[in-house]
Design a protein. Sequence first.
Length: 560
Amino acid sequence: MFSFSRVAAVFAVALALSSRVYAIGKITRTGRYLYNSDGSRFFIKGVAYQEQGKYYFCAASVDPNAPFSEPSTFIDPLANGTACQRDLPYLQQLGVNTVRVYSVNSSLNHDTCMQALSGAGIYVILDLTLPVNGSIDRSDPAWTSNLLDLYIETIDTFSKYDNVLAYNVGNEVVTSPNQTVAAPFIKAAARDIRAYLNSKSSSALIGYAAIDGDATWIVPLASYLSCDPSGNNSGNTAIDIFGLNNYEFCGNSTFQTSYAGITGDYSGYNVVAYFSEYGCNNPYPRPWADVAALFGSLAAPVWSGGVAFSYFPAQSDAGQFGMVNISADGSTVTTSTDFANLQAAYGALTFVTTPPQSSAPAASYPACPAQNSTILASSTLPPTPNDAACRCLEANLDCLFNPQTSNTTSILGPLLDSACSLLGTSGGNCNSISANGQTGTYGLVASCDPSTKLSFTMSQYYEANKRSAQACSFGGNGTVNSKASTASASAVASSCLASATGTNVPTPPSSASSGAASASGSKGSGKSGAATVFVSDTRALLGVFLMVAVSVAGGFLSLA
Ligand SMILES: *[C@@H]1O[C@H](CO)[C@@H](O)[C@H](O)[C@H]1NC(C)=O
Ligand SMILES: *[C@@H]1O[C@H](CO)[C@@H](O)[C@H](O)[C@H]1NC(C)=O
Ligand SMILES: *[C@@H]1O[C@H](CO)[C@@H](O)[C@H](O)[C@H]1NC(C)=O
Ligand SMILES: *[C@@H]1O[C@H](CO)[C@@H](O)[C@H](O)[C@H]1NC(C)=O
Ligand SMILES: *[C@@H]1O[C@H](CO)[C@@H](O)[C@H](O)[C@H]1NC(C)=O
Ligand SMILES: *[C@@H]1O[C@H](CO)[C@@H](O)[C@H](O)[C@H]1NC(C)=O
Ligand SMILES: *[C@@H]1O[C@H](CO)[C@@H](O)[C@H](O)[C@H]1NC(C)=O
Ligand SMILES: *[C@@H]1O[C@H](CO)[C@@H](O)[C@H](O)[C@H]1NC(C)=O
Ligand SMILES: *[C@@H]1O[C@H](CO)[C@@H](O)[C@H](O)[C@H]1NC(C)=O
Ligand SMILES: *[C@@H]1O[C@H](CO)[C@@H](O)[C@H](O)[C@H]1NC(C)=O
């Protein structure tokens, strides 16, 4: 909580910036609707607020069903008070009550931005993910200790603010029916983040933002994320709020033409649903006729508003978005017709008032959808990652991933592939580090961070080859651990992870972030001889690409 003097400072900031000043109320969920503290319905009248990061084009990361560019960097929009104070009057002109932010850096200070937004009555929907390696990887999904730690660090940084409406545990992780095998990991993330927020007495909601697509698999995905696998009507593993990144309504279309179908698809949904992005950009500038339809009486029984995409300019494969330009020196905001039209549309809204909280049906959590060819996700979820157990494992392994570069993300995947492949030729396998969301089978080491998984695999190969120094080289990426126990990697895994196989309240990481830290102390000293061994072996047991993660401002395909 804030001290009184800090609250006073907030109000001083807010007063200087805003004519409307009030303490922001707590938003709660009852069943499928959101409510203000006075029991009236709350609708997300939002705008996406994040400058676009730099993009790269990595062939391995391009999914044929989602051929958008993925960012490799991000600009934390809540860490620069000057920029937030520059933008706040414009957010107020738009009349938004919520901004959606896609990635933040938990080590930076967010006080000025968060307090200014709070003072202006603006909530934040915050995605916990980061580009590149800070998200569940759709091409090799797992719920791992490094991601849990990342999410926890962000929550710890933001839990002191009163205006975090929701934390998203993923954005567009699943982009095709086949990728619904990733859904158990998203659901496990929701489960563990819920337990963590509960342990901190936080009432922030837990969300997921989905790419839109064919309702035959997106709707079951939504149901899966809000279902109860235990069959006892428990919300322990459910999200609170499902976001759809929807660009269906273009120009001056109508509710009947563009929203009636999708509204019908979600008519029976059990938790909150909203558009986590919306605003078709053809024609552009946009008339924003979708606003009246999305917040109108036909949509309000199903949708709790949406987040217009985007305040800042954003270039995508689907064209240009954005409603302001920022001058090159960062000092001045220029608004466009797009901005004026959204301002007018938001300004004309009167919210639907039904049902009031007093008569809203309580939440229910149906059984999970049965597995079939469109929803492959198992109802058996992976365990809660345990950072301490993974560190115990890595400390006792006899061959450690210890690369000569700090840019480990790009080499982890290929090395894991080749280490597994080598291990296969030595009579072993990578079952212990593998997670299968379709069969619901999770290897003992599968919830450790990728670097620990790699060290574990390297150690198994090293042991299978009589602990010959060359078998721990991996082209200079491996180092023999002189402090290792004499036990085998699998024995160490059993002993360190034996008590870490269930579901529990996550604990914050003890010090430095992930298991990678313990491998990065000194530079590798191994010989490079093994390089020729694995380079020639192209058999890959795992399809591992650690490049693809989240699509910030990228996932807005207009799906017909
Ligand atoms: C977060 O900010 C710190 C301090 O500027 C920087 O060292 C670090 O690289 C940033 N982390 C990310 C993930 O951008
Ligand atoms: C989904 O998986 C099936 C079976 O493995 C495969 O035949 C199909 O091409 C895949 N579809 C996509 C869109 O990846
Ligand atoms: C419902 O299931 C959850 C998760 O398995 C469990 O924690 C809880 O104890 C169960 N509650 C009842 C009443 O059985
Ligand atoms: C949408 O309708 C408004 C109001 O009738 C009109 O001014 C505008 O030109 C129309 N825009 C498009 C793209 O048709
Ligand atoms: C903060 O934003 C202002 C305005 O865009 C810019 O001039 C300044 O360089 C930014 N500061 C940092 C540390 O990025
Ligand atoms: C922003 O800049 C782009 C590119 O220069 C331009 O096309 C657009 O009209 C500008 N928008 C505003 C609001 O000035
Ligand atoms: C799979 O199940 C979902 C409901 O859980 C259903 O909507 C979908 O049509 C089913 N797909 C097939 C191919 O039967
Ligand atoms: C991402 O990779 C970098 C090294 O390239 C590492 O420092 C960081 O901890 C990783 N982040 C996560 C969440 O694993
Ligand atoms: C990391 O390596 C990849 C692949 O070699 C490269 O594209 C990327 O630019 C590197 N990142 C950094 C920060 O050096
Ligand atoms: C480490 O592994 C990467 C990826 O397999 C490889 O390209 C590199 O040559 C290896 N050795 C060193 C010294 O980085």
